[in-house]
Design a protein around this ligand. Structure first.
Ligand code: AMP
Ligand code: MG
Length: 411
């Protein structure tokens, strides 16, 4: 691991690499019915048991022909019908055509389907208005999408709403998936009150669990929510013990900043090996990562925006590895023109909250609002992070900046 930059802050990439090096993928797999497999990671390659489509079929409503027949005439008498689910089964006389509907198997010998719009019915038969018919026109060939035994989805893919109909089209009813990582979460702080209760003097609502839980679920984790724990040594120790006995990873928010680190540090040191890092990221400088006796541990900063940014930027890759999600991709970064200026001094990578859009064919990005790490409004308004590189200084309006559109975890 590279160490620290001039200000003693750990670069983001070093933190991510250290975390990744400490984690091995969960290996436990289970069979799940397709209906409940959404969001799970495949434990093995899924191969197609059949050709898809399973037979040559028509892509259009029209007429099945043998193109050879149309070299001498442009009108063919009708010899029968082929509908989806009701194939044409009789003898197909020469120089005739068959009415065919979309999805119907093409009759043996048919080498093109002529769409209905290019025909007219006459007393002599179907008159084809088009003289040149390409062989195989409007026929979807057997195995066009998948050949039998072809890999459809590789092991390590996480099943999306788009994968499920794909698997269903192959007749697959069950898939072998990896167990989801179990993550125990709790908020720490004497000042925290659950929503729905009245605030006393000096109190604020615990909002972090309302971000952390669904984001973790979007990452593909099962979450065990242990609530709010006050800054009390006994209670914290008990909760850490309980959390690590229940989960693969324990994630807390609050209590890892300079003022409180020593306190949490004492507890965590007795339960495992934890690094208290100062990361070169804004917001989110204080962050803890390490191993308890029975689980991994991530300590997010308490400020709500910092908690989300560190969870998204630092913890997401580690959880993807733990989940066996080898096909996971880091959020894409693209270039945009900044509509506004941003104040920044070199030293930390800045994850400003932005709103990007397309104006006159150009990607532009605006400030989403108040950039304080305690002010969540701009996080709600934003649709991307504006990633201002570690060594970059202030940005003027009109400059090119890197943006990271939010991935589905933040929706
Ligand atoms: P800490 O990291 O514990 O020093 O907390 C930093 C700031 O985040 C303080 O203003 C806390 O009140 C606030 N904070 C900590 N935990 C939460 C939480 N769960 N929800 C909302 N704000 C919090
Ligand atoms: Mg605190």
């Amino acid at each position: 691991m590279g160490c620290c930059d001039t200000q003693g802050l750990l670069p983001i990439e070093d933190a991510i690499q250290t975390m990744l090096a400490d984690v091995s993928p969960l290996k436990i797999s289970q069979k799940l019915p397709l209906e409940t497999a959404l969001g799970h990671v495949l434990a093995e390659d899924v191969r197609s048991p059949i050709d898809v489509p399973p037979f040559d079929n028509s892509a259009m409503d029209g007429y099945a022909v043998r193109t050879q027949d149309l070299t001498t005439t442009d009108t063919l008498p009708l010899a029968g019908k082929a509908f989806a689910g009701q194939p044409f089964s009789g003898e197909w006389p020469e120089k005739t055509c068959i009415r065919i509907m979309t999805g119907a198997p093409v009759p043996t010998g048919c080498d093109a389907v002529i769409m209905q719009e290019k025909t007219e019915a006459t007393p002599e038969g179907i008159h084809f208005l088009t003289s040149q018919v390409k062989a195989q026109a409007n026929i979807r060939p057997q195995g066009d999408d998948f050949k039998q035994n072809e890999v459809v989805l590789p092991a390590g893919s996480r099943l999306t709403v788009r994968d499920l109909p794909l698997l269903a089209s192959l007749g697959i009813s069950q898939v072998l998936v990896l167990r989801k990582p179990k993550v125990a979460i709790f908020s720490t702080g004497d000042e925290l009150k659950p929503v729905g209760e009245k605030l006393d003097a000096g109190q604020i609502y615990d909002s972090n669990r309302y971000a952390i839980r669904p984001i973790l679920e979007n990452f593909g984790c099962d979450v065990i929510d242990l609530g709010i724990i006050p800054d009390n040594q006994t209670q914290l120790t008990e909760t850490f013990q309980q959390a690590q006995s229940l989960a693969d990873v324990v994630i807390t928010s609050g209590g890892v900043s300079v003022g409180e680190a020593d306190y949490t540090k004492t507890i965590l040191e007795s339960l495992g090996t934890i690094n208290f890092w100062k990361i070169a990221i804004k917001p989110g400088k204080p962050f803890a990562f390490g191993k308890l006796n029975h689980s991994l541990f991530c300590g997010l900063p308490g400020n709500p925006v910092s908690a989300v940014v560190t969870l998204y930027v630092l913890v997401q890759p580690m959880l993807a590895k733990l989940a066996g999600h080898t096909q996971w991709q880091a959020p894409a970064q693209i270039q945009a023109t900044s509509k506004v200026s941003f104040k920044k001094s070199p030293g930390r990578t800045d994850y400003q909250r932005g709103v990007f859009s397309v104006e006159n064919g150009q990607i532009v990005v605006d400030n989403a609002g108040n950039q304080s790490s305690g002010a969540f409004r701009a996080m709600s308004t934003a649709n991307c992070f504006i990633v201002l590189e570690q060594q970059r200084g202030s940005v003027e309006a009109g400059e090119t900046v890197t943006i990271e559109p939010f991935n589905p975890a933040l929706y």
